[in-house]
Design a protein around this ligand. Sequence first.
Ligand code: 0A1
Ligand code: ZN
Length: 875
Amino acid sequence: MFREADTAVRLSEYQPYDWLVDTVDLDFQLEPAATRVRATLAMRPNPKGRNQSPIVLDGDELALVSLRLDGRVLSATEYEASASSLTIKNPPQGKLTLEIETVINPSANTKLMGLFRSNKIYCTQCEAEGFRRITYFPDRPDVLSVYTVRIEADRDEAPFLLSNGNPVEAFGIPGSNRHYAIWHDPHPKPAYLFALVGGKLDYIEEPFKTVSGRKVMLRIFVDPDKTQLAHYAMDALKRSMRWDEKVFGCEYDLDVFHIVAVSDFNMGAMENKGLNIFNDKYVLASPETATDLDYENIEAIIAHEYFHNWTGNRITCRDWFQLCLKEGLTVFRDQEFSSDERSRPVERIGDVRRLKSFQFVEDAGPLAHPVRPETYREINNFYTVTVYEKGAEVVRMLKTLLGERGFRKGMDLYFKRHDGDAATIEDFLKCFADANKQDLSQFARWYSQAGTPELAVRGTHDAKARTYTLDIEQMVPPTPGQSAKQPMVIPLKLGLLDAKGRDIPLKDAKGNPVRDNLIVLDKPSQTFVFSGVKEKPAVSINRGFSAPVKISTNFGAANLLFLAKYDSDPFNRYDAVEQLAMQQLVASARGSNEPPAALIEALDNALDNSKLDDAFLAQLFSLPDESDIAQQIGKNIDPDAILVARRKIKHDIGMALKEKLVARYQKLTSHRRYSPDAKSAGQRALRNACLDLLAATGDTAEHKRAFTQFEHADNMTDRMAALAVLAQYAIPERETALAAFEQRYRNDPLVLDKWFAVQARIPESGTLDRVEALTKHPAFSMTNPNRMRSLIGVFAANPSQFNRADGKGYALIADTVLGLDSKNPQVAARLLSAFKSWRTLEPGRRALAEKELNRIAQTPGLSPDVADIVSRSFA
Ligand code: 0A1
Ligand code: ZN
């Protein structure tokens, strides 16, 4: 049923590859169903490898057409070829040239890995192990080569032919309707960064001059009629390039930088050297079709892929266990970019919300794994929130511990020491240790120990001694394969507030100032004494979410309300409101009828505070999600009770603050032209948060308000927000609005995705039938990842409907996973991970979920991707 345990790949078994591949020459004859690939590899024995070894190359669904070594056709006894590997048994142990010819079928490639066609555009995806679906090759990130690529194709079918690096030449082929282009990438790279694109495209271009004065041409290629939608992405690209020069000293290193947007793509985007390929969702935008969140995501993903040019491409990973080396670091870099471009506190709140909503859940369930896993059976399943988001938090902690300058010194050394390398986490950490003369060996546990650390904090004030004492215990919960844990290094920023809400200068027991208001835990239990504290202070701990941990304290509810009103740290001020809401929601889900007085007081107070900006207030006014509440409850979860509790609290807030919310809604009604900038987006976010709470009062006039906004909106953000509000209520306006939306956008797949998603999210028992009916909609396609995720993926994340008490939600997802598995296992496996919290459910639902997981597990012929997730789900 599953792959045998011994097919697992282990970090501890890393061996360098026995051969070096100095250059790779690729020659593509593009044809929709039979593309011929000729690969010429200049190889020599790796001095760091074993002597006298055969050449073993990876393949995946490949058929060998011909094979030569140093120009000579090899006889059948000299090699062994299968769909998944090619072995040259006794190669000469010196420099040699291998010429390999394969034929592949891009049109039949539904896995969207290797060379495939999306909307008639040829394109590739090679990370992590897709290059082996193009030609036989040592498909591992520590084999670096210089690539030259010749692409030939029909001139009409594929007027544009692109690959990595710089263009060398492009000509028509006389006497035929074919043409070709040659590309050369001077930077040695692993095969996963190879890319090719061919098709009918159009582009926008802008020149860019790097700090040192080099001229680069930037181009974004899109479907021929979509160029006007690519300008925001271009703007984000130029800002990213400038920012990376300024903040990290990283300059671009080729003559061109190309981005191509395609509509069938498994992930968000891919950082192929000089030729980034994007899911078009993260390139195309106009006020009419994209929301503020879309603009924000486009900016962040354009930046992320661009930043990979240094963190990922110039310095790549030795093996896939080191994935966080490029991903955690690059997410940290894109988060910093967004913080500098927008509002730092608001970005931090958003990043932490996502971390807690998704990564904390992963870390608490059967799929938990370290930021750097030590074993895997399918690497595709490790592109996770833990590797990416927790990986970024670890880099952030490093910066907190070393300070701004110490961090930059470490990064500078990393770029200097490892440029051109395939590096490890040890290499990375050593740069920070060396540059700062610090021992980071205990800190390294963040990479090897899974699970979210839990802190129990007790504070005591001694009025006589004028001291405040914090006793802190840390515990890392057991996770699959890791029962006992070692103490972690945990940087906690904190503040003590006096009765007027002012920060008391922090001094240690000896009266010395506490640097950066930072304490560092590194033992199971520790005591910190602060002196000169006359009165019992309010305590603000883990400011800015300086460590990704869960904290329980004895500070009490009054402390929270105080922080909500006065904390100088914006993140903790937000977090105090969030905690007040959470306490209320959890109590209510457990049957309490206590009105949310403290929460309403905090929100009321915030509305009156003219110093708080709109985007920040919008965060305060958007309550924890149902799944966040479930996570807090932790076990025996009844999603219906949570839904009721959340609705009730929204109703109570809407009623209590009605006048102020109406006033704010009206004040924020703007007649200016739409602009996606952070300030305008913040105004819209707050206005739409007010609308949502007002509608929660159940007042028909408020539902009308939402419908009016829907009808008169001049931008997608406001239109979509109104539709999302209406969708929560079984009222005639909902169906009217949904029909109008469909009519208006029926030819725009990316916008219809929003329409699918808003319906899949409806928290009503009719949603299952609605979703099933929508799978028959002409615009829906099971094999397009964006469509699939918008409808089925969003349904799987609808807590009350996926977790229906009759188990039909689980059955729908299981059926979809099984139906999709043979076509696109990567997307199927990701959908299956919706079951990751099944053990926390109340017994009835738990049994139903388990039944579906068993049904999947017992299905013969599962892909490695789905087999891996389903087997680990039982941990
Ligand atoms: N390196 C990309 C993520 C990515 C990974 C695998 C893919 O295969 C389908 C595609 C993209 C990033 O971090 O953006
Ligand atoms: Zn990335």
